[in-house]
Design a protein around this ligand. Structure first.
Ligand code: MEV
Length: 325
């Protein structure tokens, strides 16, 4: 078998959607950034005649001497990884064996920060490098999208794109462009403490739309409209205006039914303490809130005093990358 590297480790950032989540599923634009929290996937050559998969955060290990068998072992609990292994077992010339795969992430799952997409991108990048497949980033992102479909049904593609390319991106209908990162942009991310499932939030909006088609389509279109505005505001480095648009977006997301009282409390604390803007990020119904402001350190302190775990993050502009050990 053509193995080019004995040991590789791939990293992929998480993502934070600044504006446009949910509407992006219906073809409207959204803006997201790669964040400085990462998932990693390490692949090493072993002489055990087996394939091992170690899910470090879950404290779970799967192994088999046959790739197809390993794929069926994973299918029920980790369908996304089963799909990834299937894709690479089709891409690699010979049978995949004699490897140990280790996956971990500093992104909390169900927190709206793209943990599953980030893991999928790290996984695809590690396999690409280990087997010398020379796939470009667009192909890595496409594979991660195929993996994501196993957990989210019909994702827009913004999560895998942002976790692959990082930076600040304007995304619409599976196409994207990179924007200029505003100077002094620090993201304050606050965790609601509520684990959510993206598919629940997507289904909630789908149902609401079925019952109120015209009304919900207007709201989705308004979100699209404000994202277009935000694109210009970002290019002009106008953070206060960006905050204002985020607040309007939060109101529209609440109208779609994906906000909740904890998100509102966090938003209020942030805004009362000088945030320019504050809104849920990702699917909603829990997960995280993103806030922008001049003095995010002070806002972070007040949120911590009120018992809310939070982090101040930078934008990750490398996207996914690979190292050899
Ligand atoms: C989830 O991170 C973002 C959603 O817009 C879903 C998607 O875009 O696939 C809620």
């Amino acid at each position: 078998m053509k193995i080019f590297n004995r040991r590789v480790i791939a990293y992929a950032p998480g993502k934070c959607i600044l504006l446009g989540e949910h509407a992006v599923v219906y073809g409207y634009p959204a803006i997201a950034v790669g964040i400085s929290l990462y998932s990693q996937c390490r692949i090493s050559k072993v002489d055990s005649n087996r394939i091992e998969l170690n899910l470090i955060d879950f404290k779970k290990k799967f192994e088999s001497n046959n790739i197809d068998n390993l794929i069926s072992l994973l299918k029920k609990q980790f369908p996304q990884l089963a799909r990834g292994l299937q894709i690479f077992s089709d891409l690699v010339d010979e049978q995949i064996k004699d490897i140990s795969i280790g996956i971990s992430s500093s992104l909390l799952s169900g927190s709206g920060l793209g943990s599953s997409a980030s893991i999928a991108v790290a996984f695809a990048s590690a396999f690409n490098e280990f087997y010398g497949l020379s796939l470009d980033k667009t192909k890595i992102s496409d594979i991660a999208y195929e993996m994501e479909k196993m957990v989210h049904g019909t994702p827009s593609g913004i999560d895998n794109t942002t976790c692959t390319f990082g930076n600040i991106i304007y995304f619409k209908n599976k196409k994207f462009e990179m924007l200029r990162i505003p100077s002094d942009l620090k993201l304050l991310i606050t965790y609601t403490g509520i684990h959510h499932r993206t598919s629940d939030a997507i289904n909630k909006i789908r149902k609401l739309r079925e019952n109120n088609l015209e009304l919900i389509d207007r709201i989705l279109s308004d979100i699209g409209f404000l994202v277009e505005r935000a694109k210009n505001v970002i290019q002009n480095n106008e953070l206060e205006k960006l905050g204002e648009l985020m607040n309007i977006n939060q109101g529209l997301l609440a109208a779609l039914g994906v906000s909740n009282s904890v998100i509102s409390v966090i938003n209020q604390i942030a805004l009362n303490n000088g945030a320019f803007g504050s809104k849920l990020t990702g699917a909603g119904l829990g997960g995280c809130v993103v806030s922008l402001g001049k003095d995010v350190l002070n806002i972070a302190k007040v949120l911590s005093d009120n018992g809310f775990q939070n982090f101040i993050l930078d934008i990750e502009n490398r996207g996914a990358w690979v190292e050899h050990e």
